[in-house]
Ligand binder design. Structure first.
Ligand SMILES: *Cc1c(COP(=O)(O)O)cnc(C)c1O
Length: 416
């Protein structure tokens, strides 16, 4: 056992953190020694409005001294308001539910995290499908969370292995492979669960053919189409929700990360016809939808609408993607809006480059051994983008020079 894991009072579920952060403002964070960093990961795409946003801070502070929690046995005024806003932003067309104008087109369950939002979606799919129609099909390379059902839906067999046996009723198909999906959709399938763009899996966008084909297949075979928008939702991809880029109508949409700008909150939205299969007692949460998290979400959504967050993601995402593509050592750039992956040229390792960026004052994430993930706040400025790209350029230039130096020149080195 390493010293770090032996001495920390925390369970060793994460590697030893390289720095301890104590303060944030906008795109910047500071560590315990007062060093400043540009945060181009934003707490894993969470603080989309930037750190310590004044309007979110004020809403949270006011709610903390007004009413934090009442449980879901009693009503609070804010939850239904947030749910109605999400329903509007999802913009499901009226025909999808035979909507008559006297109620919401979809309904929302509030949870506390992305995994929990997906648990709700999975239970909803099973309740909708009924006995014998309970299988959830998801994609290889996907990420849906760490709780047992969300883990089972996650298409990464290595993450399942230490925890076998997995819960029953999950099936995986190759990403963007419509034939594979068609082959997997037998009468036991209740739902297909897809990310519009795989985030943790390496910033891999879905193709329009795959998403639109999935919609068609689900309609033909009576399965629900559910989008996991925990990372892609709420403006990050340049639309309110990533699936909106593909012009498909979803049955279920989950979200979390950006919804509270750092306050834990998740949500599962479903078309009214689907949502109403839940009866009291079918699902619940002590903390879900509490006034505290709802006050944060309400402030976040109001600010996102005020600044047109999706338009910002498109504009700044274009600037960042173009600048990254020009960095020597970046082979290609993929993604949507401000969720971008830079594929490094052969010979460069993403973990090493990310560590060197951190040392130089830039936070980025090595999402795969060869890919850096960029998810800055949607409020990121032109200057901040230019500064971040300058740091990356210097780091990669130095890494490339070091790699091409003769071994004998290494300090204390000398080939045997
Ligand atoms: C982060 C993430 C999750 C899990 O969210 P938690 O809040 O960590 O439980 C689920 N799905 C996707 C697509 C994610 O990016």
């Amino acid at each position: 056992m390493s010293t770090a894991t032996a001495t920390s009072p925390l369970m060793p579920t994460y590697p030893r953190p390289p720095v301890t952060l104590v303060r944030g403002e906008g795109t910047r964070v500071w560590d315990a020694d007062g060093r400043e960093y540009l945060d181009f990961l934003t707490g894993l795409a969470v603080c989309s409005l930037g750190h310590s946003h004044p309007k979110v801070a004020a809403a949270v502070a006011e709610q903390a001294s007004t009413l934090l929690h009442v449980s879901n046995l009693y009503g609070n005024a804010i939850g239904p308001e947030v749910a109605a806003t999400l329903d509007r932003l999802l913009g499901t067309p009226a025909w999808a539910d035979g909507w008559t104008g006297d109620g919401p087109r979809g309904r929302v369950f509030f949870a506390n995290s992305g995994a929990e939002a997906n648990e709700c979606a999975i239970k909803l799919a099973r309740r909708f499908g009924g006995r014998g129609r309970h299988v959830v099909v998801s994609a290889l390379g996907s990420f849906h969370g760490r709780t047992m059902a969300a883990l089972a839906a996650t298409g990464q067999p290595a993450k399942h292995e230490p925890f076998q046996p997995m819960p029953e009723g999950f099936r995986h198909v190759a990403w963007n492979d419509l034939d594979a999906l068609a082959g997997a959709l037998d009468p036991t399938v209740a739902a297909v669960l897809l990310e519009p763009l795989q985030g943790e899996g390496g910033v891999n966008p879905a193709t329009a053919e795959f998403v639109q084909g999935a919609r068609r297949l689900c309609d033909e075979r009576g399965a629900l189409l559910m989008f996991d928008e925990v990372q892609t939702g709420l403006g990050r991809t340049g639309r309110w929700f990533g699936h909106q880029r593909f012009d498909v109508v979803p049955d279920v949409v989950t979200m979390a990360k950006a919804l509270g700008n750092g306050v834990p909150v998740g949500a599962c939205w479903a078309r009214a016809e689907v949502a109403e299969v839940f009866a009291p007692g079918d699902h619940g949460s002590t903390f879900g939808g509490q006034p505290f998290a709802m006050a944060a979400a309400r402030a976040v959504l109001a600010e996102m609408e005020a600044i047109d967050a999706p338009a910002r993601a498109t504009r700044q995402g274009t600037r960042l993607a173009e600048a990254l593509a020009d960095v020597p050592g970046v082979a290609s750039v993929r993604g949507m809006g401000l969720l971008l992956g830079a594929e490094l040229a052969p010979g460069l390792a993403a973990p090493g480059v990310a560590a060197a960026c951190l040392a130089a004052g830039l936070i980025v994430n090595p999402v795969t051994p060869t890919t850096l993930r960029f998810a800055p706040p949607l409020t990121v400025s032109d200057d901040e983008i230019d500064a971040a790209v300058a740091v990356l350029t210097t780091v990669i230039t130095e890494a490339t020079a070091a790699a091409s130096e003769p071994t004998a020149a290494e300090p204390g080195g000398g080939a045997p």
